[in-house]
Design a protein around this ligand. Structure first.
Ligand code: SAM
Ligand code: SF4
Length: 339
């Protein structure tokens, strides 16, 4: 595969022959919400000097693209709370315009989307994911511990009006939003969004026991199946969702089922954390630390560490939830690694 310098990229395959072409970047671990399944109410965030600068993220992204990364998703924490995020998006977006990157996307909680939607389009984004676990304003504030659903709905409308395709991410939470799968799917359908349901994963210590909230997505699908036929389809976006068509509904239904139906065999992803570590799996502690090497040796230090990271990629994650499982299989929160 030719890179932007015209040379052939060294292989980005792992030990199991999977091509690793999808990079998720956590641009910050900070967030303006405190979703109960993601963070503790009193979170300690990383000191600023431990976080990569936006310039460092951009240079690392350049190198990964030169090696063969084809899709980048910016995430966090909440990416839109990082000052000058637009500069980074535009900088990486140049690769989309130059044809050296197929896609640049974003996952956001939507609270500041209204102000940033136009900038995202200018940066070359065509579709984004917005997290919305409920349509009930009070429940939204309860799940996020502080959020105002109206800001998110306003953000989604702004994104749609500038031409961004929006996919809604909804984490299935037993006893909280488990009555809302069908209403959310119908709302998405009416608004022109696809919907992806996600099982809660044991990442980082939170204030609750995740076992109490874990809901296998089969139960969500059963709720939908009670009124509509649900059929698997071949559609893929390069992420971990498996997609389904729902009779009478135009919105595609995506399922992310790390616990109940492991999807690791086809995994093409790696993650760059806001601290500059490369994790090859959301569910493993193994990583390589790019930051120190990069700060000492510049971009040329990245290649050897990337090769090392590729060799570390495990066959599958070790997630477990239940009476015998540890409260967090992995100690870092999703916000550090980038969901
Ligand atoms: N703040 C942004 C947002 O909420 O969309 C981006 C970061 S957030 C960590 C990315 C996605 O991960 C969100 O859809 C969120 O619901 C999901 N998420 C966070 N913690 C999770 C967990 N422990 N298990 C499953 N999904 C989780
Ligand atoms: Fe923030 Fe996203 Fe985590 Fe919610 S899921 S606390 S919005 S990072």
């Amino acid at each position: 595969m030719a890179n932007q310098e015209g040379a052939y990229s060294p292989s980005m395959a792992d030990r199991f022959g999977r091509r690793i072409e999808y990079l998720r970047i956590s641009v910050t671990d900070r967030c303006d919400l405190r979703c109960r399944y993601c963070m503790a109410e009193k979170m300690t965030f990383l000191p600023r000097d431990q976080i990569l600068t936006l310039e460092e993220i951009a240079v690392i992204a350049d190198r990964f693209i030169a090696r063969g990364v084809r899709k980048i998703r910016l995430s966090g924490g909440e990416p839109l709370v990082r000052r000058d995020f637009g500069e980074l998006a535009r900088r990486i977006g140049r690769h989309v315009k130059a044809g050296t990157l197929e896609e640049l996307t974003l996952t956001t909680n939507g609270t500041q989307l209204a102000e940033h939607a136009e900038m995202l389009v200018q940066a070359g984004m065509k579709r984004i994911n917005v997290s919305l676990d409920t349509l009930d304003p009070d429940l939204f504030t309860r799940i996020t511990r502080r959020g105002d659903i109206n800001k998110v709905l306003e953000g989604i409308r702004a994104a749609t009006s500038v031409g961004l395709k929006v996919k809604i991410n909804m984490v299935a939470l037993k006893g909280l939003n488990d009555h809302e799968f069908l209403p959310m799917l119908r709302w998405c359908n009416a608004q022109g969004h696809d919907l992806t349901l996600i099982e809660t994963m044991p990442l980082g210590i939170i204030d609750e026991d995740r076992t109490d909230r874990y809901l296998p997505l089969k139960m969500a699908v059963d709720q939908i199946k009670a009124e509509h036929e649900v059929t698997p389809i071949a559609y893929r976006t390069g992420g971990p969702s498996r997609y389904f068509a729902v009779e009478g509904i135009n919105a595609r239904l995506g399922l992310i089922t790390p616990l109940s139906d492991n999807f690791c065999a086809g995994c093409n992803r790696m993650r760059l954390t806001c601290e500059g570590r490369i994790y090859m799996c959301l569910g493993h502690e193994d990583h390589v630390d790019l930051k120190a090497a990069f700060r000492a040796g510049g971009a040329s230090a990245i290649d050897a560490l990337l090769d090392k990271a590729l060799r570390l990629k495990p066959l599958a994650h070790d997630f477990a939830i239940g009476a015998d499982a540890r409260p967090a299989t992995v100690s870092r929160h999703m916000s550090v690694t980038g969901g």
